[in-house]
Design a binder for this molecule. Structure first.
Ligand SMILES: [Zn+2]
Length: 343
């Protein structure tokens, strides 16, 4: 495992004001509006997601402008895509969505992902006039991401999100549309109070196992809180990194027709941890099956971790490799209501 350096951003406000979004007419009726006017500043080095008035304002290869008149406040630079979009340092990561889902052309369109590391925590994680919405990747529907689309950020802040904000966790509320697992239209994947949770969590990088990159996890707000508690326990035991496979996924429990708690954004699968001495423990290799008293240090660490999660009631269900072969390589942790189960 390795830590990829976050495509973090220090000089976020490097936009250079070239012109404003005014048509120059003077006979404008001024209405007393307490809101701050949106920032329509164009950039000298534009990229996907920044304001624009016309295609030429998006001066990079393939740059197009989704214009204000088409419903994109102050315009948004974009470009067409099949399924992937290029990224640039100092800008939010981009994502290729189905153009029809955002009311533009057929085919894919690049948008910027919501990222509170660029906009400040607690808001919409997008520019003024835009809000964070979870959309599927164009042509690859299994993959989704929170992207900035026209709209207002959620007007109300739930008690859970207020607590998250107070705790210092980096997150954003996200507009999520309920969906169904493929072939099961009667089942509904929906998330109560959905949020995107950004790594690191309380200083501990949460890495996706495939990319080994940090990317926001889609989860319920309650699950984000539970994740924070889980990370605190892992850290108290000496963990410095955690690798997971998934939080939200609209899927059935294996060999059943029941919706998994992943479909509610209330579960996580953990694969591995790195400890302070640099060693890596994987559930597949280091978990010692069917014993309360593991012989190896790695086995003992993992057992102490799940025992502590259970004792502290962070999750209502903890499944280890002891449960079945489907869990041979990960811990499944979830918030099933009305259930308490640990094996
Ligand atoms: Zn799972």
């Amino acid at each position: 495992m390795r830590i990829n350096v976050l495509r973090m951003v220090s000089a976020l406000c490097a936009c250079i004001l070239l012109s404003a979004c005014s048509d120059g007419s003077n006979d404008v009726l001024v209405i007393d509006d307490p809101r701050e006017p949106p920032d329509c500043s164009y950039s000298a080095s534009p990229w996907v997601g920044v304001p624009c008035g016309q295609d030429s304002d998006c001066a990079y290869a393939g740059g197009t402008c989704l214009r204000d008149v088409a419903g994109f406040p102050c315009g948004t630079c974009s470009m067409s895509c099949e399924s992937l979009c290029p990224d640039r340092t100092s800008f939010p990561v981009t994502f290729c969505v189905d153009g029809l889902e955002i009311g533009v052309q057929e085919g894919g369109a690049c948008l910027s992902k919501c990222d509170p590391r660029f906009t400040g925590n607690g808001g919409s994680a997008c520019r003024d006039g835009y809000t964070c919405k979870y959309l599927q990747r164009n042509a690859v529907r299994e993959v989704g991401a929170g992207v900035c689309v026209p709209g207002a950020e959620p007007a109300t802040v739930t008690g859970c999100r207020a607590q998250l904000a107070q705790s210092g966790l980096v997150f954003t509320a996200v507009d999520f549309t309920a969906t169904s697992p493929v072939g099961y239209p009667a089942l509904t994947c929906d998330i109560i109070d959905p949020v995107l949770l950004y790594s690191p969590v309380d200083g501990v990088p949460m890495l996706h196992y495939q990319t080994l990159e940090v990317e926001p996890a889609l989860a319920s707000c309650a699950m984000a809180q539970a994740t924070q508690s889980m990370v605190a326990i892992a850290r108290s035991l000496g963990a410095t990194e955690i690798a997971y496979t998934r939080f939200y996924q609209c899927d059935l429990i294996n060999d059943t027709e029941a919706l998994s708690m992943h479909g509610r954004g209330e579960a996580v699968d953990l694969l591995a941890v790195r400890l302070e001495d640099g060693s890596v423990l994987t559930v597949a290799r280091d978990w010692e099956r069917d014993t309360l008293d593991p012989a190896t240090p790695g086995g003992a660490w993992l057992r102490r971790f799940t025992d502590t999660l259970w004792r502290e009631q962070v999750f209502s269900v903890i499944l280890t490799p002891d449960f079945n072969e489907d869990h041979a390589d990960h811990f499944h942790l979830d918030l099933s209501p009305d259930t308490l189960f640990y094996q």
